[in-house]
Design a protein around this ligand. Structure first.
Ligand SMILES: [Zn+2]
Length: 453
């Protein structure tokens, strides 16, 4: 469920300063018999490349009680081409993480070693009167520079590749327009963040990393408060779910656990993608459960299973807990940065035209150092979120009591996630559990509880 800031896809290091908590639960599939369709006015999107062999009540009734055997039977419904395609897509994502990391370092190299960052700072100083605005101008131009330099990879990853796998539903124009909206948000965000960060660094002296950590946590909380309310609606329309079976079923589960009833929303993700997803957003009791329109057209059992999972995040205060965990990650990241920045600035500061850590021109260096840290910490970050996902899965099974609905929904995830990875592969790369793990959880629940079918 955790993704660096929603649609914006900020580069790794920037996301340490401004991460948002978004839970993307499910993939997509053909909707076999969607009783939910009548309840949803939206036109959901499907991926012609993605197939799961359908199953009916007779198939479920004949399923072995044994959790291992039932899990195997579920996974066997994935045609080999579907599995091969999912593996290729997801494993390609491992490499993309590496390319994004290396590109980020290369961009920092171009900005620093070419003295472009120092020149940019000098330019900002000529037009900005106050120190805060100079640094803010620097931050804004930095955001544009990173956008331009990483555009080829962004287009490949976000447009070409998504179309190649049949998941994208936008033509280039609307897609690129959204990238420009994201850029505008990023420019404002980085202007503000760099302006404040370097005002703090100037006053903090040797303790800059302590203040940096504090500001990082503040930015994280701000992004969680502001993102769902002001940023997400820039890309999708959110509305309370329509009256009908789905609304009744979702509200019944919400009420059962004391979740405020008016906080269940539907959004038009089919504008961008065929993926089924849902998320819980917000912080400090402002959380809302949001289901996408691709999910809304699924059978009711799947919607209930997924909603049970999302309500689990809400009831177990996962966002607040995540903030506390991520605060620790941020503090360690800045402590590492202090160690690395001292050495790098002593060695290269003069030749790169940097006067010190409180010089905004050293911002690309700080981002590069933090990105190294985050890259190394990837398995830890993934395990943090994957652990919450497992908790939410089990909560959802207890609440919705839909082991088959949940297993079906998880099978749909294979549209974009390798279903049966190796043990270490899952620990290192998976921010959600694999289909095999999640279906096994559902089938173990079914076996232990002795439910029918
Ligand atoms: Zn989740």
């Amino acid at each position: 469920m955790l993704k660096p800031i929603t649609t914006l896809r900020l580069r790794a290091a920037t996301s340490l300063l401004a991460a948002a908590f978004v839970c993307t639960t499910v993939g997509t599939a053909e909707a076999a018999d969607p009783p939910a369709a009548a309840a949803s006015a939206s036109a959901a999107a499907t991926n012609p490349q993605f197939k799961v062999r359908p199953a009916d009540d007779a198939w479920r009734a004949a399923l072995p009680r044994d959790a291992d055997a039932a899990t195997r039977a579920y996974l066997a419904r994935l045609p080999s081409e579907t599995v091969a395609r999912a593996n290729a897509y997801f494993e390609g994502g491992y490499w993309l993480q590496l390319w994004n990391f290396l590109l980020g370092l290369a961009i920092a190299g171009v900005l620093l070693a070419g003295r472009n960052s120092a020149r940019l700072r000098d330019f900002a100083q000529r037009i900005g009167r106050k120190a805060f605005f100079r640094d803010a101008i620097y931050g804004a131009i930095y955001a544009v520079a990173v956008f331009v330099l990483s555009l080829p990879l962004t287009i490949y990853q976000g447009y070409v590749r998504e179309h190649a796998y049949g998941m994208a539903t936008q033509t280039f124009g609307p897609w690129f327009a959204e990238q420009l909206i994201a850029l505008a948000v990023n420019v404002l965000l980085l202007a503000f963040a760099v302006g404040v960060l370097y005002a703090l660094f100037r006053r903090a002296g040797a303790r800059w990393w302590v203040w940096g950590s504090g500001f990082g946590v503040v930015l994280l909380v701000l992004s969680l408060l502001v993102g769902p309310v002001w940023i997400d609606p820039l890309f999708n329309t959110y509305k309370p779910i329509a009256d009908g079976d789905v609304k009744q079923a979702v509200l019944a589960m919400a009420h059962a656990d004391g979740v405020p009833a008016d906080n269940v929303y539907e959004f038009d993700a089919s504008r961008q993608t065929t993926r089924v997803s849902a998320n819980v957003a917000g912080i400090f009791g402002t959380a809302s459960v949001r289901l996408n329109d691709n999910l809304m057209r699924k059978p009711l059992a799947e919607i209930r299973a997924v909603t049970g999972h999302e309500l689990g995040h809400y009831v177990m205060n996962h966002i607040d807990k995540f903030v506390v965990e991520f605060a620790v990650v941020i503090v360690i990241g800045f402590a590492f940065s202090r160690w690395a920045m001292d050495r790098l600035l002593a060695r290269h500061g003069a030749s790169w035209g940097l006067s010190g850590v409180a010089d905004a021109a050293s911002f690309p260096l700080l981002m590069a150092v933090l990105s190294v840290y985050l890259f190394i910490a990837t398995p830890v970050l993934n395990t943090m979120t994957r652990t919450q996902e497992i908790e939410a899965d089990r909560f959802g099974l207890n609440l919705a009591r839909e082991p088959h609905g949940f297993a079906e929904a998880v099978l749909d995830l294979t549209e974009y996630r390798k279903p049966d990875p190796g043990r270490w592969e899952e620990i290192i790369f998976y921010d959600h559990p694999s289909a095999r793990f999640r279906i096994h959880d559902a089938m173990r629940w079914r076996e232990a509880m002795g439910t029918k079918p």
